[in-house]
Design a protein around this ligand. Structure first.
Ligand code: FAD
Length: 343
C-alpha cells in the first residue's frame, strides 16, 4: 500500500496500518519531518496556532508556546516516526498516479511504485491560491502569498495591502502594524464571532464541510465556514483601527490598488493571505472530480475510485480531523483489500 504525505494525516494513517500489520510505504516530498508545519513562518509560535492535536498514542505534551510551531511540530513528528518506525521515504515527490488494470501506478521523483490502494494525505501547503484581479501583472511592487511570508520585519517601512479574511491575514496585520502601514481588504465582510474555538464549534464546521464534500462541491475555506473568533487580541486590533477591512479592490495598478468607488491606495507590497487549495494535481489522471468541481468522498473513500482514500481533505483538513481520518482511511483501505482478495 502507498501513503502519500507524512503530515498529521499520513502519519496517523501509517500508525493504524502498522498496528494492523499492513505492509506500506509513506512517500513524502519534504526533506525532513513536519509536513506543512515545517514551512510555517518563524513568528507563528505554537501559542499563536489554533491547536496541534496529538498524533495517535503519542501526546505532544506541553511544549513552550513561545517556540515556533514549525520547530515544535517538526521535532514532534520526527520523534513519532522514530518511535513507531514509520516506513517513510523522503524526499520523494509523487508526480502522477495513473490506473493500470486493477493497480495504480505511482510515478515519483525516485521511480515508480505500484499499489492496489493509495492513501492520499498531501495537504494544501503546496497549492497556494492566488485570485486574479485585473492589472496584477502590472504591479511594480512586491507580491507575496502566505506560503512565502517570512517576517513582518522584512516588510518594515512599506505600505502593505493585506488581502484575505482568514486567521493568517489577521495575524499578519497585527504583526505588521507596529513596523509598516497596512490596508486590509476582504472579498466578504469579516465576521468576528464571540465564541471560543472549542470542540463543539469544530464539529459544526466539520459537518458543514462534510455536507459540501458529499455533494461533490469544493470544500471551501475554513473561515467561510466559521467566521473569526473574537479574541481579546483581535478586539484590541479592532479598537486600534488595524483590523478594519475595506471591501476588495477592483483592479491593481503599477503603484497600488483601485477600489470600486474610484479611490486609490498606494502600495509597496500586496500580501495575498488568500488560502490554499487541496494539493491533488498528481491525481488528475484519475479524473476524480465531479461536475461541481469537488471530489465526492464517502467517509474517506473516493466514490469514483474506491482504491483512493483522501485523508486531510475537506472536513478532515485540521490536525484533529486528519488524525481521525487517518484511522478511518487505514480501516477502509484494509477492508477494501480484504474484499478484493475474497472476490
Ligand atoms: P500537511 O501537513 O500539509 O502534509 C502533507 C505532506 O504531504 C507534506 O509533508 C508534503 O510535503 C507532502 N506532499 C504534498 N504533495 C506531495 C506529493 N505530490 N508527493 C509527495 N509528498 C507530497 N490546523 C490545526 O489543526 N491547527 C492549526 O493551528 C492550524 N494552523 C494552520 C495554519 C496555516 C497557515 C495553514 C495553512 C493551515 C493550518 N492548519 C491548522 C490546517 C493544517 O493544514 C492541518 O491541520 C494539518 O496540519 C494538515 O495536515 P496534513 O497531513 O493533511 O497535511
Amino acid at each position: 500500500m502507498v501513503v502519500v504525505g507524512a503530515g498529521q494525516a499520513g502519519l496517523s494513517a501509517s500508525y493504524h496500518l502498522l498496528r494492523k500489520g499492513v505492509d506500506h510505504v509513506v512517500l513524502d516530498a519534504n526533506d525532513g519531518p513536519g509536513g506543512a508545519w515545517r514551512h510555517r513562518w518563524a513568528s507563528l509560535t505554537l501559542g499563536a496556532a489554533h491547536r496541534v492535536h496529538d498524533l495517535p498514542g503519542f501526546p505532544l505534551g506541553s511544549p513552550d508556546p513561545s517556540l515556533p510551531a514549525s520547530q515544535v511540530v517538526a521535532d514532534y513528528y520526527g520523534r513519532f516516526e522514530q518511535e513507531y518506525g514509520v516506513p517513510v521515504e523522503r524526499p520523494v515527490r509523487v508526480s502522477a498516479v495513473t490506473s493500470s488494470g486493477d493497480l495504480l501506478e505511482v510515478a515519483t521523483s525516485e521511480g515508480t511504485w505500484r499499489t492496489a490502494v493509495l492513501l492520499n494525505a498531501t495537504g494544501t501547503w503546496d497549492k497556494p491560491h492566488w485570485p486574479y484581479y485585473p492589472g496584477r501583472e502590472t504591479f511594480l511592487g512586491e507580491q507575496l502569498h502566505t506560503h512565502d511570508f517570512v517576517s513582518a520585519s522584512a516588510l518594515a517601512g512599506k505600505h502593505v495591502v493585506v488581502v484575505g479574511g482568514g486567521t493568517s491575514a489577521v495575524q499578519f496585520l497585527l504583526q505588521l502594524a507596529p513596523v509598516a502601514t497596512t490596508t486590509w481588504v476582504t472579498r466578504r465582510p469579516v465576521e468576528f464571532v464571540s465564541r471560543p474555538f472549542d470542540p463543539e464549534w469544530g464539529r459544526e464546521v466539520e459537518k458543514r464541510v462534510e455536507a459540501r464534500v458529499r455533494a461533490g462541491l469544493p470544500a471551501g475555506s475554513v473561515i467561510s465556514n466559521t467566521g473569526l473568533p473574537l479574541t481579546p487580541e483581535y478586539q484590541r486590533g479592532i479598537d486600534a483601527g488595524i483590523l478594519l477591512a475595506r471591501p476588495m479592490f477592483t483592479s491593481i495598478e503599477p503603484d497600488g490598488v483601485r477600489f470600486a468607488d474610484g479611490s486609490f491606495v498606494p502600495a509597496d507590497v500586496i500580501l495575498w493571505a488568500t488560502g490554499f487549495r487541496a494539493s491533488l494535481d498528481h491525481l488528475a489522471p484519475l479524473h476524480l472530480r465531479e461536475p461541481g468541481g469537488g471530489i465526492r468522498v464517502e467517509g474517506t473513500t473516493v466514490v469514483r475510485d474506491p482504491r483512493i482514500q483522501l485523508v486531510g481533505y475537506g472536513p478532515s483538513a485540521s490536525t484533529l480531523g486528519a488524525t481521525r481520518a487517518g484511522r478511518a482511511a487505514a480501516l477502509a483501505a484494509t477492508r477494501y483489500l480484504s474484499s478484493e482478495a475474497a472476490a
